[in-house]
Write a protein that binds this ligand. Structure first.
Ligand SMILES: [Zn+2]
Length: 190
């Protein structure tokens, strides 16, 4: 099944989405400011749900499952060297680095020269141009989702997808979204 990428608020009655919105509007003591920005991205609810899990460190990586005593002690599926936490898989892993650099190149984003400065990299405002900013954040969301899919392809199908291919796909998805969003405000299957 193809992923539904572009999503306009109000076009779906996704119960999970509603409950998360409710949660985000609620009286949580944590600082969700930057996460709310991520939440405004026009990506599919399932991707938002995944990002939400990632921010809460609940993505079912090997390390997470091991912590719950639900799985074996395994190293990162992509590099095989370090424990597979969410931070490692999507940020610190050499595979992730290769992919973020490829994505920056695809988007010709010079600010990414030293974007690995901390966890804020993912939610900061990249550009004065709001459309450009949305494009980049959408590309980041797409990339995170594609990393997870690539990781699962290795785990479940023993299939390897290169970092460059993932970055290209994520950039293309984000750019396609921007074009579509300009033409018509409606959900689109990409
Ligand atoms: Zn790794």
């Amino acid at each position: 099944m193809e992923d539904l990428w572009v999503w306009v608020p109000g076009t779906t009655g996704d119960a999970n989405t509603k409950s998360i919105y409710k949660f985000l509007r609620g009286e949580t003591k944590q600082d969700w400011t930057s996460w709310k920005k991520m939440w405004e991205l026009p990506v599919a609810p399932r991707v938002r749900g995944f990002l939400w899990k990632l921010f809460r460190e609940q993505v079912p990586t090997w390390e997470y499952l091991y912590g719950l005593r639900c799985g074996p002690k395994m190293n990162c599926e992509m590099c095989g060297i370090f424990p597979e936490t969410g931070t490692h898989l999507f940020y610190a892993c050499r595979f992730a680095l290769e992919m973020w650099v490829s994505l920056a190149r695809e988007l010709e984003e010079e600010q990414w020269q030293d974007f690995r400065v901390g966890s804020e990299w993912i939610t900061q405002t990249w550009s004065m141009d709001q459309a450009r900013d949305t494009l980049i954040k959408t590309a980041i969301a797409a990339t995170i989702w594609e990393i997870w899919k690539a990781r699962n392809a290795r785990v479940f199908q023993d299939r390897r997808i290169g970092a460059y291919a993932i970055a290209r796909k994520a950039a293309a998805l984000a750019q396609e979204y921007m074009q579509v969003a300009e033409v018509a405000r409606r959900p689109v299957n990409l």
